[in-house]
Write a protein that binds this ligand. Structure first.
Ligand code: URA
Ligand code: URA
Length: 210
């Protein structure tokens, strides 16, 4: 696995005004990433998109074919369902941030491998650091295992809050899992209610928006 410099240098946090510039700088660096072989088989890096100051950040597994083609996360069938979930929860897609654990499409949409996830994780970690969301929603097992615990069991353990540094993490099913099994929709609805409720509580208390 080729180690390239930008990702290992621990850039430091910047003043608030530099925030968006830093995220954009990070995006441009990530677009050049060759830390694993996934980039070889992908059209490009799908960095993620949304409000750089989002209070709620969604993390999926990795780009699929549609995402790879358009360079944007969650734009295929699972993305359409995610859009409906957001709307139902009263969230606007442009107000949240949407990213993935791996930023290049795995060949044939297979699951990303452990080494690929390990190679890509620093990109996501810095992205999270720069966006600094109050809440991170892990969509599916891969995200929950990457951000909560390697042996996280999504079916048994979803729907409960976890802490990741100062971020609160809610693991729920991946929208693609709902497409395969619509019975899972109720659980995701309940998990999203928890997300919205906590977000409203905290932003009400602090007077923050987002
Ligand atoms: N599935 C994911 O996990 N991420 C996407 O961006 C699209 C589908
Ligand atoms: N497997 C996944 O990857 N995600 C789910 O949400 C459920 C099962």
């Amino acid at each position: 696995m080729a180690e390239q410099c930008p990702f290992s240098s621990g850039h430091n946090s910047s003043a608030d005004g530099d925030h968006e510039a830093s995220l954009e700088t990070w995006r441009r660096l990530c677009l050049t990433c060759r830390r694993c072989l996934l980039r070889e088989g992908a059209r490009g890096v799908v960095f993620g998109e949304g409000n750089p100051h989002a209070a709620i950040m969604f993390v999926g597994e990795g780009p699929g074919g549609d995402e790879d083609k358009l360079g944007r996360p969650f734009v295929g069938a699972a993305g359409q369902l995610l859009n409906r979930i957001l709307t139902a929860a009263g969230l606007a897609r442009e107000d949240v941030y949407i990213a993935n654990v791996v930023k290049c499409r795995p060949p044939g949409n297979r699951q990303p491998q452990r080494e690929e996830i390990a190679a890509c994780l620093p990109l996501l970690q810095r992205q999270i650091f720069l966006i600094d969301p109050l809440i991170i929603v892990c969509l599916g097992a891969v995200a929950a295992q990457a951000l909560i615990r390697p042996d996280f069991a999504i079916t048994k353990e979803r729907g409960c809050w976890h802490e990741l540094g100062k971020h609160l993490v809610m693991p729920t099913f991946h929208p693609a899992a709902l497409l395969r099994d619509p019975h899972k929709k109720k659980a995701v609805w309940e998990d999203m209610q928890q997300v919205v409720k906590l977000h409203n509580q905290i932003s009400g208390e602090s007077g923050e928006e987002g």
